[in-house]
Design a protein around this ligand. Structure first.
Ligand SMILES: [Ca+2]
Length: 313
């Protein structure tokens, strides 16, 4: 089987960084055509810079990085420095990138790639708010049916919200964009908090990253140390959840994950529950399934994979 061609759409973010490192360490399964940055965890000038920092950390300076949208489709940007720190990548000290940002807009890169590559051969991997993807679908309605699959981190059902009581951060930041993507007709796989909260970096797991004895291993351990304090304080959990790496791990080992093919709709009107992913897990409506909503992961298998791959960089 040849490697799957993907575009990573991201707002790094420590967990985005680990997701990107996992993809870049796995060329047999994953061919990263490009990385598009979006405003989310921190504003766009930082997310596009962080994406380049991560590529350089991986030693993969030939991956083109594009800046996409700097604000949600119709709302004011909400960021998450309280989770990720001022830079978005707080924790390790990493050098400023020397690789150039591409001049093309990220949305145009997504459109052109989907139009150029054979239909059904490019997978989109959104790890942040869905603004860039929705913008591309709005600007070029012909591309949605050319997408092989969208594998995204976002939403929650049984775990409910992390930014409001009802909503997960990525969907909440740009609910209109999420609504467009979930209604696009493209095949969607969703990694909600329900599964990402099971991908916890416990202390022994983080020590394993640290003892890899590489620049990447140390950086991942330091990012996780920083990231962890938030979830420990908030949820009392035994470690930091690696949300976004669930997306790239799924590309390599889909057998580690289980879920249900169900209908998922996005709340875009209610002030109280704005950005909620209304997931028909129990099949109580006759609304057509539009997403594979993941609910569980073999967390040991996930961390074994992550450790093995990060060790290569
Ligand atoms: Ca992210």
């Amino acid at each position: 089987m040849s490697a799957r061609k993907i575009i990573i759409d991201t707002d790094p973010g420590q967990d985005d960084a680990v997701a990107i490192l996992l993809a870049l360490a796995s060329p047999e399964e994953i061919d990263v055509l490009g990385i598009t940055a979006v405003a989310g965890n921190v504003p766009l000038p930082l997310t596009q810079k962080n994406a380049r920092i991560v590529c350089e950390l991986a030693g993969k300076t030939d991956v083109p990085v594009f800046a996409g949208c700097d604000v949600p489709l119709s709302r004011k940007l909400v960021t998450a420095e309280h989770v990720h720190g001022k830079t978005g990548l707080d924790g390790p000290t990493l050098p400023d990138p020397t690789m150039e940002l591409q001049t093309k807009h990220g949305v145009d890169f997504i459109i052109e790639t989907l139009r150029t590559e054979p239909a059904g051969t490019v997978t989109l991997c959104p790890l942040g708010p869905l603004t860039n993807i929705a913008c591309a679908f709005e600007k070029a309605p012909d591309i949605a049916e050319r997408v092989q699959e969208i594998i995204l981190m976002g939403g929650a059902y049984f775990e409910v919200g992390n930014i409001t009581p009802a909503a997960e951060f990525n969907i909440y930041v740009d609910p209109e964009a999420a609504d467009i993507v979930f209604k696009s007709g493209a095949p969607i796989v969703v990694m909600p908090l329900d599964v990402t909260h099971k991908a916890l970096v416990t202390k022994p797991r983080n020590d394993t990253f640290r003892t890899l004895g590489t620049k990447v291993g140390s950086a991942v351990a330091e990012m996780t140390d920083f990231f962890e304090r938030f979830d420990k304080d908030k949820y009392g959990s035994a470690g930091a959840p690696l949300h976004d790496p669930c997306v790239t791990a799924y590309l390599i080992r889909p057998d580690l994950f289980t879920g249900r093919h169900i209908n998922v709709e996005i709340e875009i009107q209610s002030e109280l529950t704005l950005g909620m992913t209304v997931a028909d897990w129990w099949g109580v409506t006759d609304r057509a399934p539009n997403a594979l909503f993941i609910g569980d992961v073999d967390s040991d298998g996930f961390f074994d994979l992550l450790t093995e791959r990060l060790a290569r960089l």
